[in-house]
Write a protein that binds this ligand. Structure first.
Ligand SMILES: [Zn+2]
Length: 543
């Protein structure tokens, strides 16, 4: 007997067998049970998720004389003929190669005749978005008032390319991308039936490569089974598909945690010499950081598509990073993907990016910094309490510097995000006495935050969207006094920052010659709070 590929052999033959499209099949089943059949359906969704399969099952269910509860019997002549694609009344058309007005005219002429044997005459048009504009127009009239025996089912991966006039005449069903778990579940089922022993990690690797498409995953599955026989291991999948080992990504995060740049060069060498595509590798890194961010931000690993043991590992590693660090790692990765694409020396860009990640400075929330400053002036540890390398605490970080150098370093380091940059500079260069220049003082509030709607973000405090400058800070008594109103709190804010930074650098250097900030705690003025909110993060050097 000839070999039938898995995707065809295990193609669902009833609505119940269709994987992960419950919202579609349940509606179709109900419409069959209630006898509310429309004349035109639009099935949209990514490739390989069951659109054509569902259309065929629907055709069987409507025409099968033995249908029970809306499901076809799959044994009668009608069901068998439709499954094999030789039923004369179920016409499957490939829209990509039959996209002209002429072909649609043929359909229009033939649709008038009664079905030769079945109850309904059905037209299943795949890739319907490929039809020309004229073809769609030729179809419109038939679609609006088709004969009672005719049903059209359109399948497409790009529904936005269909004219609205066509979409409005159809019942639309959006098929979803299939979750990794569902694909793995189906592959496991197939393994069971085929007598194949497979590792979980191997099936996950196949499903990940399939990218949400059941058909793609099943094709890859066939390919790997052809290579490795009835024992499906992660190693064999990796070998056949030439995908980067997940272990490599964890290796990279270990290098970042241990600040090991020579390891970074070695890793880059290994990736390039193994012949992996750099772009693919970066995509993998991106997903890796995303998973870490999920684990870190939600404290939960349910949104990570991986086997259970790998999820637990993500949860452990995520403790070593702050959310800010992970976001910046993601940013570096995204920038590198762009740079690599257009660079004549992609390898160089790739290497530099890896070292950049490993050497990346740690993020500290400005609000955390400030509140810590107020209570005795120590900088919180940069990356997590679990950080392995020495130099993670403030004392360790700056111990090599003498006091004045440390002060300078800490001050000059306040400049990362564009928002922080302007204010940081201002704080460095302006002494409290020099502030009252109105132009300068209103600087941070000049554009987006001009006296109008003040809608600021989070930081533990919500600001009502309808809140205005007036309701918050009282009515301005003219432009000049409004400026004066802002100047005073700004001066206070600068003073507070200055104290915080001086204290930070001094305490980091172990010197207490200057007056500690904690001796003169300043109350938080609303505008100071606003200023704190405006600064996203301060970055302090690792050493
Ligand atoms: Zn049947």
């Amino acid at each position: 007997m000839s070999f039938l590929v898995t995707a065809r052999k295990y193609r669902p033959s009833t609505f119940q067998e269709v994987v992960a499209q419950g919202h579609v099949v349940n509606t179709l089943l109900n419409s069959i049970r209630l006898g509310r059949i429309a004349h035109a359906y639009l099935f949209s969704g990514p490739r390989g998720v069951g659109k054509t399969t569902t259309a065929r099952i629907f055709a069987k269910a409507l025409n099968c004389p033995n249908a029970k509860e809306g499901e076809p019997c799959n044994t009668c002549d009608t069901c068998v003929e439709i499954s094999q694609g030789r039923c004369i009344d179920i016409i499957e058309i490939d829209g990509a190669s039959n996209n002209g007005v002429e072909q649609v005219r043929t359909i229009r002429d033939s649709v008038r005749y009664m079905p030769s044997r079945e109850k309904y005459k059905m037209y299943i048009i795949d890739e319907v978005h490929m039809l020309s504009k004229g073809a769609f127009n030729a179809l419109l009239k038939t679609l609006e008032e088709p004969p009672a025996h005719a049903i059209f089912i359109f399948a497409t991966t790009e529904p936005h390319r269909l004219p609205p006039t066509v979409i409005s005449r159809c019942q639309r069903y959006d098929f979803r991308r299939i979750a990794l778990e569902d694909i793995v579940g189906q592959l496991k089922h197939i393994c069971l039936l085929e007598g194949i022993e497979a590792e979980d990690t191997a099936l996950f690797a196949i499903a990940r490569k399939g990218d949400g498409s059941m058909r793609d995953s099943e094709s890859i599955f066939d390919q790997v089974v052809a290579f490795s026989g009835n024992q499906l291991t992660y190693e064999s999948v990796r070998h056949v598909l030439h995908v980067v080992d997940q272990e490599t990504f964890f290796q990279l995060t270990d290098l970042i945690i241990t600040n090991n740049s020579s390891g970074g060069f070695a890793l880059a060498e290994e990736i390039v010499m193994s012949g992996y595509d750099i772009q693919d590798f970066l995509t993998g890194i991106e997903e890796h950081y995303r998973n870490l961010l999920v684990a870190r931000a939600t404290g939960d690993t349910r949104l990570i598509e991986a086997p259970e043991d790998v999820r637990e590992r993500y949860s452990r590693v995520a403790e070593q990073f702050s959310e800010g660090d992970l976001l910046r790692l993601l940013k570096i990765t995204a920038q590198t993907m762009q740079a690599v694409k257009f660079s004549p020396q992609p390898r160089l860009k790739f290497e530099v990016a890896l070292i950049d990640m490993i050497k990346m400075d740690s993020t500290i929330e400005i609000s955390t910094l400030l509140s810590n400053m107020g209570q005795g002036g120590s900088i919180p540890p940069s990356r997590s309490p679990g950080e392995k390398h020495p130099g993670s605490t403030s004392a360790g970080r700056s111990s090599q510097h003498s006091a004045p150098t440390a002060a300078a370093a800490a001050t000059s380091a306040v400049a990362v995000t564009p928002k922080a940059a302007s204010t940081g500079e201002q704080m460095e260069t302006t002494s409290p006495e020099a502030v009252p220049s109105p132009v300068r003082s209103s600087g941070p509030f000049s554009d987006a935050d001009a006296p109008g709607n003040v809608t600021r973000k989070t930081n533990g405090r919500t600001v009502d969207a309808g809140e205005t400058w007036e309701t918050r800070f009282g009515p301005p008594t003219g432009m000049r006094s409004a400026v004066t109103d802002v100047t005073e709190p700004l001066r206070e804010a600068e003073e507070r920052f200055r104290q915080a930074l001086t204290s930070a650098s001094l305490s980091a250097a172990g010197s207490h010659r200057a007056q500690p900030a904690s001796s003169q705690p300043l109350p938080t003025h609303p505008i100071v709070q606003l200023l704190i909110d405006k600064l996203d993060a301060v970055v302090l050097p690792k050493h």
